[in-house]
Ligand binder design. Sequence first.
Ligand SMILES: *Cc1c(COP(=O)(O)O)cnc(C)c1O
Length: 424
Amino acid sequence: MILEALQREATARDRDDAFAGLRDEFRIPQHQGREQHYFCGNSLGLMPKAAAEMVQEVIDDWAQLAVEGHFKAQHSWMHYHTLVRDALAHMVGAKPVEVVAMNTLSVNLHLMMVSFYRPSAQRPAILIEAGAFPSDRHAVESQIRFHGFDPERDLIELAADEANGTLSMEAFQRAFAEHGSRIALALLPGVQYRTGQALDIGAITALARQAGCAIGFDLAHSFGNIPLHLHDHGPDFAVWCHYKYGNAGPGAVAGCFVHERHARADLPRFAGWWGHEAGTRFLMGPQFIPAPGADGWQLSNPPVLAMAPLRASLALFERAGMATLRAKSERLTGFLEQAIQQHLTTALEILTPSEPARRGCQLSLRVRGGRDQGLALFEYLVAQGVLGDWREPDVIRISPAPLYNNFADIAGFVEHTAAWAARH
Ligand SMILES: *Cc1c(COP(=O)(O)O)cnc(C)c1O
């Protein structure tokens, strides 16, 4: 078989891989008695085995201690959100005071816009990318209306200017040059969910700030995928979820970054008791005194059960180290890209940029021949135990997550796709 060499190469690479051991820390879904080739970490990451213990610990403390668990649990619930703070700060390149785990992504996005989208008649607009994730688009459109402005005029959707639907740096330069004085807030992805393109967060932040605009990033597809340097790059805020590459389970509590320059600023916000300065919170006074930093945006006491698996997942990221993890990720995705170019160009076209600096681990693949062909291939792969995900009208996203995917997974994807292509 033509692909024997690819299988041999994959086996050799897995044997020499210092990361191979981390795969054993995850539960890999089974397909007909074998491990599934799981490429959906961009949607829901696999379960770290230790997550079950972390959740069980909370359940046991609840059973034994009830209300006293707030103080006496093995990890007190009162302070549970602080258990993940340092690891989160490492993951996103922030200072501990700049990050907090709270709520869910879309909720955090709204809370951030309450503080950082402050439109005026001269500067009413929000800039996003065309084809943004629906939740983000709904959020910005509803915020514009809420402030009495008109999305028809005041929502600027930056159109792709590159062949495969991606954005050049020049597109951002032109957008800020043309509209900068009208833009109150730019909200952009770290990695675009549809194309897999990674944006240059530092350069785009600099452009926005030169133009006097607030800027925030949605890092749903960036967290746990690419190294981040939020403090140094300097956006006003960022939000992300932890159930994708963060592997913290369905509905996991999300993350939020507020740059240190706003740590003590008296920004307007929607307040709740958990954002109150911790030392005096339980005096239960009527006046809101925000905790310094990102903590001051919390509303409610931490959702401990939704936060427990995140501790298990972050421990694995800490063990791997984001820089070495990224190096492995570039090797894995590079292997996938090369194999597609060698064996699958009659069936697939890669939409994601080929420069490693302009992508994360995901490759978005357009299936040649249109929607019906695409769906047929996608369903064939699922039946063979190869799980990617489908984006209308003709795209399959394949995301090798470096913590648990191996080179053999990629060889499996290529082999099954080649077998299908040979018959179509
Ligand atoms: C996954 C994702 C979301 C999901 O939002 P939730 O509030 O977690 O449901 C939102 N925005 C983007 C860009 C995403 O990729």
